[in-house]
Each structure stands twice: as structure tokens, then as C-alpha cells.
Design a protein around this ligand. Structure first.
Ligand SMILES: Nc1ncnc2c1ncn2[C@@H]1O[C@H](COP(=O)(O)OP(=O)(O)OP(=O)(O)O)[C@@H](O)[C@H]1O
Ligand SMILES: [Mg+2]
Length: 246
């Protein structure tokens, strides 16, 4: 088995929720090094709850999380040391520091970060708080990727950003995956997710509704649309979430 085929993250019969309230039940999923798995579903289907449990921010309510083949119950900071990164719509940057300082204090590989996001080079001496929302999210992702994680959990990092910026962020995630990163991607732009992903999981009410190869779902958009909307997604609630037929 090559490195690119190794499972870097797995949920085994995982249940997740808040206190005694179970939201996600008996979830099984795997992410391999080098692939992007899109985790889709309507609002409230349990995607964020899943990601928070996989990263150790929420305790598992049953079942197991495996990182690189080893069961873990470690908290987030320990999983981060083991190579896991979480990025969300909340930008993890220091607004009063410059771009260069932000990259420096994250103690990662700055050259790799700037190779992934060459546009940041022109703004190295600018304060992060003065950047556009899209540039701030690029910096946030650059910081996360500069630490060379082996697993990236991304939760709606494109929220509120212009479509071209979303494309850029997803292109960079694809490039990092091609370098060996395993990615679990929660993304509201369903078409964009389908285009960048290798595999797709659709959740409904805390359970897996559909799982498949992205290439097959792209070839058969009607079946994907049927399953996606059966999952309870409301196409009129978020036009951006509607999978196109083209
Ligand atoms: N802190 C919390 N305490 C109790 N229930 C919660 C909490 N956070 C979320 N929930 C519930 O868990 C369910 C799943 O929420 P989750 O945030 O995982 O969904 P999601 O798929 O990420 O959707 P969205 O991002 O649109 O909210 C929802 O019914 C939500 O009300
Ligand atoms: Mg969410």
C-alpha cells in the first residue's frame, strides 16, 4: 500500500452530541492520505458535530476515532500535535499582527505557506485586520497548512466569501491533498465540493444518507440531486447549495 492509500482518519460506529443528547449515530467514515472527502448535508444534519468530535473538541458518546490507525481520545491540542488541523469560518489569525508575523508565530513552514498562497507575499507587512475577508481566510488556511498537518478538517471555511475566493481556497486544499494531506471538507457550495472532492458523504439527521465516489456522482447528477434533496436540504433556502445539472 502506498502512503497515498493509507487511512489517516477514521470514525468507527461513532456517536456524537452534546451532554446526553446524541446527534450523530453510528457514523463510519474514513479519510485516506491524499484525498478530499466532502461531508455534505442540510443545516443541522450533524456535520459540525462530527468534525468537533473527530478533532477532540467534543468527547465521543460511543464508538471510536482513529488517527493513523491508532484509537485516540486525546483533546484537540494533542491531536493537533499528531498532525490534525481544524479550520472553520472563524479565521484563526491575529488581527493586530502583520501577515509575516502571523506566519512566524504559527511556527510552521512559511515558505510552503507562501508557495500555496503566493498572493500573501504582497501583503507580508500589512496588519491582518486590514486584509479583506478572503485574504484573512487565506492567511488562516496558510497558517494551518504551514504546520504541514497530515489531516485537515475544514468546516465551511468559505462562509460569506466571494465565489472566486472560494475557488482559490479549494484549489489550495486540492494542491495540499495532492501533496499527501487527507481532508474532510464541510462545504456549503455543494457543486464546488463535488468538483474538488474524491469521495462524498451526505448526512441526514446525524446519519450517513449517501456515500460515493465524486466522479460517479458528477457523472450521474440526477441520482446525486435526488439523494441530496432527500437528505432534507431545501434548494430554495440556499441557492448556492443546489447541485447543478451541468
Ligand atoms: N451546543 C449544542 N448543544 C446542543 N445541541 C446542539 C449544539 N450545537 C448544535 N446542536 C444541535 O445539533 C444538531 C446538529 O448540529 P450541527 O451544528 O452539527 O449541524 P450542521 O450539519 O453543522 O449544520 P449547520 O452548520 O447548518 O448548523 C442540530 O440539531 C443542532 O441544533
Ligand atoms: Mg455546521
Amino acid at each position: 500500500m502506498t502512503v497515498a492509500e493509507q487511512t489517516c482518519l477514521a470514525a468507527r460506529n461513532l456517536s456524537a452530541g452534546y451532554g446526553s443528547t446524541v446527534i450523530v449515530r453510528d457514523l463510519n467514515l474514513t479519510v485516506r492520505s491524499g484525498e478530499i472527502v466532502a461531508l455534505l448535508g442540510p443545516n443541522g444534519s450533524g456535520r459540525t458535530t462530527t468534525l468537533l468530535t473527530l478533532c477532540g473538541e467534543l468527547p465521543s458518546l460511543g464508538g471510536e476515532v482513529e488517527m493513523h490507525g491508532t484509537v485516540t481520545q486525546a483533546p484537540l491540542h494533542e491531536r493537533a500535535r499528531g498532525g490534525m488541523a481544524l479550520v472553520t469560518e472563524e479565521k484563526a489569525i491575529l488581527m493586530n499582527l502583520t501577515v509575516a508575523e502571523n506566519l512566524r508565530v504559527s511556527r510552521g513552514d512559511q515558505d510552503y505557506a507562501l508557495e500555496l498562497f503566493p498572493d500573501l507575499k504582497a501583503n507580508l507587512s500589512r496588519r491582518a485586520g486590514l486584509l479583506s475577508g478572503g485574504q484573512q481566510q487565506m492567511l488562516s488556511l496558510a497558517r494551518a497548512l504551514s504546520r504541514r498537518p497530515s489531516i485537515l478538517l475544514a468546516d465551511e471555511l468559505s462562509l460569506g466569501l466571494a465565489p472566486l475566493v472560494v475557488d482559490h481556497l479549494l484549489d489550495v486544499i486540492r494542491k495540499a491533498a495532492n501533496d499527501g494531506l487527507g481532508v474532510l471538507l464541510v462545504e456549503q457550495h455543494v457543486n464546488k465540493a463535488l468538483n474538488v472532492a474524491d469521495r462524498v458523504i451526505v448526512m441526514r439527521r446525524g446519519r450517513v444518507e449517501l456515500e460515493g465516489e465524486a466522479s460517479e456522482l458528477r457523472r450521474n447528477p440526477d441520482a446525486f440531486r435526488a439523494a441530496y434533496f432527500a437528505s432534507g436540504a431545501d434548494p430554495d433556502a440556499d441557492r448556492g447549495a443546489e447541485p447543478s445539472r451541468s
